[in-house]
Design a protein around this ligand. Structure first.
Ligand SMILES: NC(=O)c1ccc[n+]([C@@H]2O[C@H](COP(=O)([O-])OP(=O)(O)OC[C@H]3O[C@@H](n4cnc5c(N)ncnc54)[C@H](O)[C@@H]3O)[C@@H](O)[C@H]2O)c1
Length: 169
């Protein structure tokens, strides 16, 4: 049986490119969407590559029309704590607002499966280690807050739509 197409957003970055490699090794047809703002085209190990921005609805619509995507894995974010303190709006724009655009495009395209690359930064200063999944979340910088905000958004959206998601911390 043919495996479903997976869209890897941010697949030209550090973690996303390894995810693309794993998916290809497992015989999944993979499409990478990346704006190359922080990634490198040469890192993407194969599959289809689309140069585009997850904050641009037209780029997303075009990808969902062109390929029969069944699930989205989201690794596209700004992820430097210090930079997030200096430029919080840039972080809220890319990590939160652009994720809203991605989820809207998925809804329009009827794609219901979503894996979100969150971060252990959602926990803030740990009260105990090792940190368990039910540890309280109290991010201490805008980067962590943007990740937790998206987690809350996913929970809210999944209550009232067919969205099926998980967050990787
Ligand atoms: N690297 C880590 O140790 C680590 C730890 C925890 C969580 N994470 C999370 O994993 C994800 C990937 O991190 P990484 O280290 O691979 O970062 P990275 O910067 O190497 O990769 C991010 C990729 O996303 C792309 N991108 C960013 N904004 C985009 C947009 N608007 N449209 C399209 N592409 C866009 C960049 O060009 C880049 O290729 C992030 O969400 C990050 O928060 C990373």
């Amino acid at each position: 049986m043919t495996k479903p197409h997976i869209l890897v957003v941010g697949g030209a970055g550090y973690i996303g490119s390894h995810m693309v490699l794993d998916l290809l090794r497992a015989d999944y047809p993979v499409v990478t969407l990346d704006n190359l703002s922080r990634g490198h085209r040469s890192l993407t190990p194969g599959g289809e590559f689309v140069a585009g921005d997850m904050g641009n609805p037209a780029d997303l619509e075009s990808v969902f029309q062109q390929y029969p995507i069944k699930a989205v894995m989201h690794f596209a974010a700004h992820s430097q704590v210090g930079e997030s303190v200096e430029q919080p709006l840039m972080y809220y724009r890319n990590n939160v607002a652009n994720t809203v655009t991605l989820l809207e495009a998925m809804q329009q395209a009827g794609v219901h499966h979503f894996i979100f690359s969150s971060s252990a930064a959602v926990y803030g200063e740990p009260e105990k280690t090792p940190i368990t999944e039910d540890h309280p979340c109290a991010p201490t910088n805008p980067y962590g807050t943007t990740k937790l905000t998206v987690e809350h958004m996913l929970q809210d959206v999944s209550q009232v739509t067919d969205l099926n998601y998980c967050s990787l911390r």
